[in-house]
Design a protein around this ligand. Structure first.
Ligand SMILES: Cc1cc2nc3c(=O)[nH]c(=O)nc-3n(C[C@H](O)[C@H](O)[C@H](O)COP(=O)(O)OP(=O)(O)OC[C@H]3O[C@@H](n4cnc5c(N)ncnc54)[C@H](O)[C@@H]3O)c2cc1C
Length: 386
């Protein structure tokens, strides 16, 4: 086969797609995988770093370890994407391809929320989570707010998880009774597609004294004129705070915005095939408006199915697997060592996602613990190293 495949972005979607295509086709099809970073960090690892459970070096999956057959990793910055011609230009060269997969994720625009940089913090980037580690260590009393500034945002359960982990952290340090914890979410319940998951989270919020502020966004952070700080919420109320753990506004990387591929800020794709409007060009994960939440497990599901469909077509198979069904399974930190699980399906009934919830158990805890190692082994080709 002389087809060449170019994968832009070695995050959740790009790593899953290239490892799956390689597993299906071996080195028959050369895959070039480009990322500007030297390593991948799972989203949930940022919470571990922020609460001092793990060191940053321990949660980095270094691309230098990648030995996936047929996959060449290039650490370069993509500066231009030409979707019409399936090519991408980096700071070093131009790559042309027969099949191009854009999996460049979502970045953060902290400046979009007035006062966020000066008066608050974000924990969605690796740098932000690392910075907060020192700030949280010094925080012993007052009001801590975990708040969403804009939609869509990655991993909708993550703000609730952060609240439980902050509660644990403050209890362990013996200062929990001096701190009020509040969570501001733009939804009526913490995980809208799964009432059971939401009920489990709300019950634990009540047990731990965590206040849930629903149907609101944090639109600005301001000084209150008395030496304190306040959040301005989308319902025009104000909330005083001492520590703000923010979820910043998300946007596609500039190179994607400049490519002309986006509509209303994100790349539109066919939900089941990941096809863009450009022949031979596909897009996966957080940079799209596919209709599933911005979470790694959905990028993974779409990536798997795309790889299977392309492999079948490249092999000239009579049957091409059905499209992606919009399902994903997430493990949710509920604090005090408990991990729940939710599986959600977004496409079976259009516009009506439905979820199944599993209460925390030894099994769900073990599944969450194994997640990172299983993915690293598969994504980096280590399962095929003798
Ligand atoms: C706190 C937190 C907790 C989370 N928890 C979970 C969870 O429990 N489960 C879950 O499924 N998801 C979780 N997520 C969400 C998950 O991390 C993302 O949804 C997922 O990584 C998206 O995958 P992606 O491939 O679309 O993008 P990414 O994984 O972000 O990958 C995009 C890649 O593109 C690269 N890139 C961008 N621009 C350029 C450029 N110009 N040149 C070269 N490379 C570039 C980046 O370096 C990056 O490696 C969490 C996120 C956060 C912030």
């Amino acid at each position: 086969m002389s087809t060449s495949v170019l994968v832009l972005g070695a995050g959740f979607g790009g790593l899953e797609f290239s490892s799956r295509l390689s597993a299906l086709l071996g080195d028959e099809v050369p895959i070039t995988l480009i990322d500007r970073a030297d390593s991948f960090v799972f989203g949930f690892s940022k919470l571990d770093v922020m609460f001092g459970k793990r060191e940053l070096d321990d949660v980095r999956l270094n691309y230098s370890d990648l030995v996936t057959p047929g996959v060449t990793f290039r650490r370069e910055t993509i500066v231009r994407i030409d979707a019409e011609h399936r090519s991408a230009t980096t700071d070093q060269r131009t790559y042309r391809s027969d099949i191009m997969v854009v999996a460049l994720g979502a970045e953060y625009d902290t400046a979009a929320t007035p006062g966020l940089d000066a008066l608050g913090n974000e924990f969605y980037s690796v740098a932000g989570a690392s910075r907060l580690r020192d700030i949280i260590e010094r925080f012993t009393h007052g009001t801590a707010v975990i708040g969403v500034t804009s939609t869509p945002f990655k991993c909708p359960p993550a703000p609730s998880e952060a609240a439980f982990l902050l509660d644990d952290y403050l209890r362990e340090r013996g200062v929990r009774d001096q701190v009020a914890i509040k969570v501001v979410l733009p939804f009526g319940r913490p995980v809208p597609p799964s009432p059971e998951t939401s009920a489990a989270i709300l019950a634990r919020f009540a047990e731990r004294g965590i206040e849930f502020v629903k149907d609101n966004l944090v639109t600005a952070l301001v000084r209150d004129g008395r030496g304190g700080r306040e959040l301005v919420l989308s319902d025009d109320t104000h909330m005083s705070f001492d520590l703000f753990l923010g979820i910043p506004k998300h946007r596609v990387p500039a190179v994607v915005a400049e490519s002309g591929m986006t509509e209303n800020g994100w790349i539109p794709v066919q939900p089941r095939t990941a096809a863009t409007r450009y022949p031979g060009v596909y897009a996966l994960g957080d940079c799209t408006s596919v209709g599933t939440p911005k979470a790694g497990v959905f990028a993974e599901g779409a990536a798997n199915r795309l790889a299977e469909q392309l492999a079948a077509r490249l092999r000239g198979a009579a049957d091409v697997p059905e499209g992606y069904d919009g399902t994903g399974t997430c493990w949710i930190e509920l604090g005090q060592g408990a991990v729940g699980k939710v599986a959600v399906n977004f496409f079976s009934v259009p516009g009506q996602p439905s979820g199944t919830y599993w209460e925390p158990s030894a099994k769900t805890l073990a599944e969450k613990s194994a997640f990172s190692a299983i993915h690293r082994t598969r994504w980096f080709g280590l399962d095929r190293v003798k």
